[in-house]
Design a protein around this ligand. Structure first.
Ligand code: ATP
Length: 260
């Protein structure tokens, strides 16, 4: 069933009513499209694609999806905060996404910094790309991909455990998209007012690896190991290692469960 921008808009709650909703059949990357259009935007835009052919992950990695078997979209949102004040935004977006999925009884956990896990496997990814606006303002493009009914062949092409929730693909997709947008728009407004502060306890309550032995990898090489604690007030990942508590900045490091 095709998504309808009019119907999604009609289901928006106050925080999301300022968002212009656009649905396309196919594009390379919804994030790339919105980033390219930022100069002409004055207010938030949601771009949803039935098919995304060149989905992006962090650091040039790719996000794989299949037409209508995944939900892929990006939300462009303006902030009256400078770029450096958006550092914790992926964590706030993760909280919003997890809370919206919980409204459909999908239980998920968050893996720092930007993954949404279901039964320990990756169900959704979040990629935030930012651009400086004028006079201390900035834009964020929040890209989200959610697996719904990927086939075994596509899942096998992904180099890590992948979660799929086929019944999500059977839901009223406009309603699903509007619910996600409502929660995300509320979160963006809260982040604009308060920064990460209002999300830290919520993120920690959703933390998938709390209390588990983990490693931090930099280019595949272990740089820290310890017991996962959670995030601090500025979104650093905390782990308790042999020499005490360590706080890790997001950068391009990767978090994994320890195999020991
Ligand atoms: P890391 O876990 O190392 O921090 P990451 O979570 O930041 O990496 P992202 O950049 O968010 O990774 O996402 C890209 C990665 O996600 C790909 O390299 C691939 O391993 C995995 N991936 C790609 N497509 C999917 C998908 N549809 N479902 C689950 N995982 C995927």
């Amino acid at each position: 069933m095709k998504l309808s921008s009019e119907r999604i808009s009609s289901l928006c709650l106050p925080a999301a009513r300022q968002v212009a909703v656009k649905v396309v059949d196919e594009t390379g990357s919804t994030n790339a499209d919105l980033l390219a259009a930022l100069e002409s935007l004055a207010s938030p835009v949601l771009l949803v694609a039935h098919a995304q052919t060149a989905g992006r992950g962090r650091a040039g990695r790719s996000w794989l999806s299949a037409p209508d078997k995944s939900l892929t979209f990006s939300l462009a949102w303006p902030f009256s905060r400078p770029l450096h004040a958006l550092v914790g935004l992926p964590l706030a977006a993760g909280v919003a996404l997890a809370e919206a999925l919980a409204m459909f009884n999908v239980t998920v956990g968050l893996k720092w910094p930007n993954d949404v896990l279901h039964e320990g496997k990756k169900l959704a990814g979040i990629l935030i790309e930012t651009a400086a606006g004028g006079s201390g303002q900035s834009w964020a493009v929040i890209g989200i991909g959610i697996n719904m009914a990927l086939d075994a062949e596509l899942m096998a092409r992904i180099d890590r455990p992948v979660a799929n929730i086929p019944w999500l693909a059977e839901l009223d997709r406009d309603m699903l998209m509007a619910t996600l947008l409502n929660r995300l728009a509320e979160a963006m407004e809260q982040f604009e007012r308060e920064g990460l502060g209002g999300f830290v306890a919520r993120w920690n309550a959703l933390h998938a690896y709390a209390g588990k032995p983990v490693v931090i990898l930099d280019n595949g090489k272990m740089v820290h190991e310890g017991i996962a604690v959670g995030i601090d007030e500025i979104g650093r990942f905390l782990l308790d290692g042999g020499a005490g508590r360590i706080a890790v900045m997001a950068g391009d490091v990767s978090l994994r469960l320890s195999e020991r």
